[in-house]
Design a protein around this ligand. Structure first.
Ligand SMILES: Nc1ncnc2c1ncn2[C@@H]1O[C@H](COP(=O)(O)OP(=O)(O)OP(=O)(O)O)[C@@H](O)[C@H]1O
Ligand SMILES: [Mg+2]
Length: 1020
């Protein structure tokens, strides 16, 4: 993994030719280049400062939200957006004001062509904003700016699935800003063409994933290191050698966008399930060339950046805390850096002098001008309307609120072309001098040389005419054999084909494999004979074979090798099988395709086919592998959320096992569902954890999904580096190995429950309770006892005057002290040592809240703790009483795992161990059912209570017998009350004796009043 860490470019490695780097507090940067993502040219006009414009858009409920019966919490009126906290319905919502608020929640209807438009028949019809409205406000303004020679940037921010891509790029007939902008730009150019002005448009498209910049129009650019980000004292940052393609029509841009999306899809599929963590930037430059009265050529240029950011969700706080390899992953580095830059810029606008940390990520470097420099900038904050996304939506609104304070200063970029060339020449002369002068480090020299070359290249580009460049690009494109989307669509209507499914709906069907007649071999890139190349650790050189008959109706699929993993509709295939229209096929662990056959469909026009989605296809795979996944219907909210998490993580888990197998890492990964009850949080969601087992040393860990996904990204990196021969596996040290977990840290063995109910009845409880591990399996037993006591710690037993309660309500307003004894555990798995228990007592009074740990016990599976703790529920209220009656203390058992060499391995490799484990697996881990152990506590409490009640009845009976024997008709009330209220056997005895000897004579014992008072049970 040595390289993994290096992948993210260290900001300190930037060229330093300008001495101290750019002045990052400067509001204006001047540039002279047609390069994308950078500034326009200098101009005497310093530009007016203006605020970044912010638009907020709320979409309609998605399927998930509808299934979960979500409630809307967003309101918009008169430019104000209000968000309500579902946990505090009585509270006023939080209010935000932005430049534009777009209501796309309800009030719309879908036209027959699929376009969503306002439906004036609905109450909110007038309010509904469709794509046209958003373009009218935002896109048109950007278009106007482009014509005037201003740079502009639009970026969309929001959690995954909130509608960023919908606004920026759009779906099908609901075109977003990018296509509409391009369409209109060319429409306007067409009307103006033919005059003295020449128009030049270029297009480029890149993606930032894990701090690596990938040129989406040049899939062959170094996919591992990505494009280098270069910095120029004047020009700012730009990705070196990014393909900047001249275009002459909307169709040409549209084709390029499809090509870019296909590159993204292939990369995302290979990256597995993490695609929505990538940022996509589309860059359009628009140059208008004309001659001024002196005959000098002027170029008015505008750079337009359209940025579709990755989903903004924060890693959950229970997530990968302090993982040592986290830094290397840097998956969301760009997004958090963007947050910091926005904050710093907002502070700056408020007059604070702060440094803006543009250098902290690739994204912020590339957006430097968009955010703090020469650009008119718009942010779209996309939010979900649903209560279940409250936290994320609120965080997005706050982010946007901060962003709107940012000020930029855009200028009209208009300069003589000659001047731009002259500037480049001057710059090159300066660089040459530096190279010849011999000062600076070797690294600096390399940088100067690179920059020189780049400048030369750029000058040459400038000298070429646009027509020349256009012809060249068109010829290249034709030679590349890349089909346009129109050509692909035509073939899809004619032939059977496979199209891909991706977790990001934007990337669905971006990769299409047409199947004409004959044999198609499917395998990884190493299999030179493959007709369809699919890569990834789980793909074999020869993986599967598809044979299509001449009539294109009989199309069969079979595995090429026994070990190949091929699932159809969730189930593994065995022999050759005939494919049916709409079948879902998974090759390996991550190549998910749908088989479609238009001819079969035509033959059976009445056949009904379900809509295939990524979630549906992953759901059936998870279900077939044993997880009960329910499709639709009544499903508890928490179950559904867990189901979704599982679907997201399962492909990566499978893939991690493939990597483990390929690298012979002796590790197995499994997703497990952990009941919220296990953590004492019955109202929250099921947790998905990844159980990690090491066959070589018997150790076992539970990783959060976040930690797993980070490690998984590194495993992919390691696998690719090893595959490409960049590093040797044996050179990877344990601290850089994503498969290795440090052994000295304690891990959770399991949890045991101590129910508190007995305390409410002053009954001592001594019991043995099960220790359940996270997958709900037994990991030993724990002996504990709970005993009521007084403030000094003295036991209040049955005979204490205070120790008898019939109604627990009597506890309200009192203090309840008790001793909690953790005596010992039995049967802890042998791999643990340094075992200790930890629990939190976090009820009621602040002063009484505590986190407690017992001592550590080593070298035994049956550790003795004998830990005694006096605890107190102070000033009990109704809520605390309910905790005592129904709650429990969760005792966690922790221990350090000791690696043992496993002799049952018999020299088997990872593949054999995984196969053997799958055979032994049997049933899936049980989910923890805490009610079993709870009921045993209940029974104990009931039994004790019953014994007390029976004792009282017995005394009553005795009184009756004695009374009858003496011929009495009545018994004084005081005796009955005395017995009913008696706190213990001693008191009962006293009353019985008194009745026997005195009751008949004086009717009431002298001490009755006093005893009655003391029967209020609570101590202190
Ligand atoms: N305004 C809207 N009207 C109707 N449907 C919408 C709207 N916004 C989003 N959607 C739908 O919601 C789904 C998710 O939207 P989208 O892909 O734009 O999310 P995203 O924010 O780009 O997510 P990610 O971060 O995963 O890329 C899509 O199916 C899209 O069609
Ligand atoms: Mg998106």
């Amino acid at each position: 993994m040595a390289k993994g860490g290096k992948k993210s470019r260290s900001p300190s490695k930037k060229p330093k030719q300008n001495g101290g780097g750019v002045d990052e507090t400067a509001k204006k940067t001047t540039v002279s280049s047609s390069k994308p993502l950078t500034n326009g040219t200098t101009h005497s006009d310093s530009g007016a400062e203006e605020n970044l414009k912010v638009a907020v858009r709320v979409r309609s409920f998605n399927k998930r939200e509808l299934d979960m019966n979500a409630k809307p919490i967003i309101e918009m009126s008169a430019g104000q957006t209000v968000i309500r906290n579902p946990a505090e319905p009585a509270e006023d919502g939080k209010k935000f004001a932005f430049d534009y608020s777009y209501w796309s929640f309800d009030g719309g209807k879908q036209r027959s062509d699929g376009f969503w438009e306002p439906d004036l028949a609905q109450p909110n019809g007038k309010k509904y904003c469709d794509q046209n409205k958003v373009f009218e406000d935002l896109g048109k303004g950007m278009l106007g700016n482009a014509w005037e020679g201003y740079n502009s940037t639009l970026f969309a921010y929001g959690q995954t699935g909130s509608g960023k891509s919908y606004s920026v790029v759009g779906y099908g007939p609901n075109k977003g800003i990018v296509p509409m902008f391009c369409e209109q730009l060319f429409a306007e150019i067409d009307t103006k063409k033919g005059g003295d002005t020449a128009y030049e448009v270029t297009f480029s498209m890149l993606e930032i994933y894990n701090e690596i910049v990938r040129d989406l129009l040049n899939p062959n650019s170094d996919k591992k290191k990505g494009l280098r980000i270069r910095q120029h004292p004047k020009k700012g940052f730009w990705p070196e050698q990014l393909a900047v393609v001249p275009v002459d029509s909307y169709q040409a841009i549209s084709n390029k966008m499809d090509q870019g999306a296909t590159t993204r899809t292939i990369a995302a599929t290979n990256m597995n399930a993490t695609s929505s963590r990538a940022h996509t930037i589309v860059c359009i430059t628009f140059i208008q060339k004309s001659k001024n009265s002196a005959g000098q050529e002027l170029a008015k240029s505008s750079v337009v950046n359209l940025v579709d950011l990755a989903g903004s969700e924060r890693v959950s706080s229970t997530g990968a805390t302090g993982d040592r390899l986290k830094e290397g992953a840097a998956i969301n580095q760009s997004l958090s850096a963007l947050g910091n830059v926005i904050s710093a810029l907002a502070d700056q606008s408020n007059g604070k002098k702060v440094k803006v940390p543009y250098r902290d990520s690739v994204l912020t470097q590339l957006l430097m001008n968009a955010l703090g420099g020469n650009s008119k900038t718009i942010m779209i904050a996309a939010i979900s309307p649903a209560d279940i996304n409250y936290e994320e939506s609120l965080s997005t609104l706050r982010y946007a609120d901060r962003a709107k304070q940012i000020k930029t200063r855009a200028i009209i970029n208009e300069d003589p072309t000659e001047k731009m060339i002259r500037e480049l020449q001057d710059e090159n002369a300066r660089l040459k001098k530096m190279v010849q002068g011999g000062g600076g480090s070797i690294e600096d020299h390399e940088d100067y040389k690179k920059e020189l070359e780049e400048n030369e290249r750029e000058m040459e580009e400038m000298r070429k005419s646009f027509e020349e460049k256009l012809l060249l690009a068109q010829a290249e494109s034709a030679a590349s054999g890349v089909k346009t989307s129109a050509e692909v669509a035509k073939q899809r209507a004619k032939y059977p084909h496979l199209y891909n499914l991706n977790i990001d709906p934007q990337l669905n069907a971006m990769v299409v494999h047409i199947i004409k007649s004959g044999k198609y071999r499917i395998g990884n890139a190493k299999g030179s004979k493959s007709d369809i190349v699919l890569s990834g650790p789980s793909m074999l050189e020869q993986h599967a074979i598809i044979v299509s008959a001449k009539d294109h109706l009989a199309v069969t699929l079979e595995k090429a090798t026994e070990q190949a993993r091929v699932l159809v509709n969730g189930k593994p295939i065995t022999g050759q099988m005939q494919l049916r229209h709409n079948d879902r096929i998974l090759f390996g662990t991550s190549q998910l395709y749908v088989y479609a056959n238009p001819l079969e469909q035509k033959k059976n026009p009445t056949a009904k086919y379900p809509t295939v989605t990524y979630e549906m296809a992953q759901g059936e795979i998870a279900e077939a592998s044993g997880f009960k996944i329910s499709q639709g219907g009544e499903l508890a909210q928490s179950d559904r959320a867990a189901q979704e998490k599982l679907i997201q993580v399962m492909p990566a888990v499978e893939d991690a096992n493939s990597i483990s197998e390929k690298l012979d890492k002796m590790m197995k990964f499994e997703a497990i569902l952990v009941s919220p009850q296990l953590f004492g949080k019955p109202d929250s969601e099921w947790e998905v954890l990844i159980r990690v087992r090491n066959f070589a040393n018997g150790l076992q860990y539970n990783w959060t999904t976040e930690k797993f996904m980070e490690r998984y990204a590194q495993m992919r990196g390691l696998y690719e580096d090893v595959e490409d021969g960049d590093i040797k596996l044996s050179d990877v040290t344990a601290d850089k190995d994503p498969f290795v977990e440090p052994t000295k840290d304690p891990t959770l063995i399991g949890v045991a429950s101590a129910y508190l109910k007995s305390l409410a009845y002053f009954m001592p409880m001594k019991t043995q309770t099960a220790i359940k591990d996270l997958s709900g399996q037994d990991a030993g037993v724990l002996n504990i006892s709970l005993t009521n006591c007084d403030a000094a710690g003295n036991t209040l037993d049955e005979n204490s005057s205070a120790a008898w309660v019939d109604s627990t309500k009597a506890l309200i307003g009192k203090d309840l002290y008790f001793r909690f004894l953790i005596s010992r555990a039995y049967g802890i798995p042998a791999r643990f040592t340094d075992i200790y228990c930890a629990f939190n007592f976090k009820f009621g009074d602040e002063k009484e809240k505590r986190s407690i740990k017992t001592k550590k016990v080593s070298g035994t599976s049956n550790p003795v703790f004998e830990h005694n703790e006096t605890l107190c529920f102070k000033n009990i209220d109704a809520a605390t009483l309910s905790v005592i009656e129904n709650g429990r203390i969760l005792v966690e058992l922790w221990g350090v795992q000791v690696p043992t060499s496993r002799d049952d391995r018999d020299n088997r490799d990872t593949r054999a161990m995984l196969a053997a484990d799958a055979m032994n697996k049997g049933v899936l881990p049980q989910m923890m059912n805490s009610s079993d152990s709870k009921s045993s506590f209940e029974v104990d409490v009931l039994r004790q209570r019953q014994a007390k009640i029976e004792a009282k009845l017995q005394y009553m009976r005795e009184i009756c017998t004695v009374g009858e024997a003496r011929g009495m008709d009545t018994v004084p009330l005081s005796y009955i009350k005395g017995i009913l209220d008696a706190p213990g056997v001693d008191t009962l005895d006293k009353w019985a004796k008194m009745f026997e000897y005195k009751g008949i004579h004086d009717g009431r014992p002298a001490s009755a009043n006093r005893i009655n008072k003391s029967t209020t049970c609570v101590i202190s």
